[in-house]
Design a protein around this ligand. Structure first.
Ligand code: 7PJ
Length: 279
């Protein structure tokens, strides 16, 4: 992963992280891998081949839906969704695999099973998560969110959303350092759509350079999200162009990793930016 990030900086274009949702209920692709209530590994392998052929640099595998209003998942369900797929993918493909989880037990199992990164939408906020992270050496994405998914879109309010999200991430960085988790392992993410209104999301997006200026790699996840849906007044399957446009703008603002559903659209768009960027 450290090498990936170094390559990315040399190449001058962010890494494209393809999303692999192994959940029955995600907002954009929920349930596509399910057969009779279980994750079907063959469909997962087929989908992943497509993400790799499309040019994804790494994949993010998740077993908990965090869309607004999603139902809670038990640890066992989450582990059963993610670990067999992680192992099957590791055996079959070379692409680096990140695991999207807030569960300390799954973080540890994922690290043992060859994941290269942990992506935590709760920024290691669950009991035991800081300890789990300290016990491994993988990079970790700390994402800002406000409130659990069940309630996070119930009228989120901030005095100054940019300052508050930056301060939250700084406090998580401090916690990490206290536990001996090196700063060099940390990636920051403002957490678009996690307890934010459209206006708050737009303020955060405009402020991306301030996040980048903190000196950590910044991850951006806006793919197909409701902020795009609201601006374009389009359903989730018609948000590809809006997502690609924001991917380019995030790259221009200095983002290091763009987390997306539509890999080909994103890679093509970023190549255009790369071609015309000042050297
Ligand atoms: C994000 C994420 C994001 C990071 C999700 C979705 C909702 N992890 N996991 N950043 N979003 N780091 O894919 O739309 O924005 S789940």
């Amino acid at each position: 992963m450290a090498r990936l990030i170094k390559d990315m900086l040399r190449r001058g274009r962010p890494l494209v992280m393809g999303i692999l949702n192994l959940t029955p209920d995600s907002f954009s692709d929920g349930g596509v891998f399910y057969r009779e209530g279980r994750v079907n590994i063959d469909t997962v392998l087929y989908r992943v081949q497509g993400l790799i052929d499309g040019g994804a640099d790494l994949l993010d595998i998740g077993g908990e839906s965090t869309r607004p209003g999603a139902s809670k998942v038990t640890l066992n369900e989450e582990v059963d969704r993610v670990l067999p797929a992680l192992e099957a993918l590791r055996n079959r493909f070379d692409i680096p695999l990140s695991v999207d989880t807030s569960s300390p037990a799954l973080m540890i199992e994922a690290a043992k099973s060859g994941a290269v990164m942990i992506n935590d939408v709760r920024a290691l906020g669950r009991a035991g998560a800081l300890e789990a992270a300290a016990a491994m050496s993988l990079p970790i994405c700390l994402m800002h969110s406000r409130g659990e998914p069940q309630v996070m879109q119930d009228n989120p309010q901030y005095r100054d959303v940019v300052a508050e999200v930056l301060a939250f991430l700084q406090s998580r960085i401090d916690e990490c350092e206290k536990r001996g988790i090196s700063r060099t392992r940390l990636i920051l993410d403002p957490g678009f759509g996690f307890g934010k209104t459209l206006e708050q999301n737009l303020s955060l997006f405009r402020a991306l350079p301030a996040f980048v200026a903190e000196g950590f790699p910044v991850m951006v996840g806006v793919s197909r999200k409701s902020m795009i849906g609201k601006l374009l007044e389009k359903p989730v399957e018609q948000r590809v162009y809006g997502s690609a446009a924001l991917a380019v703008l995030a790259a221009q603002a200095g983002a290091a990793i763009i987390r997306v559903h539509d890999v080909v659209a994103t890679v093509d768009s970023l190549k255009m930016l790369e071609a015309v960027r000042p050297m």
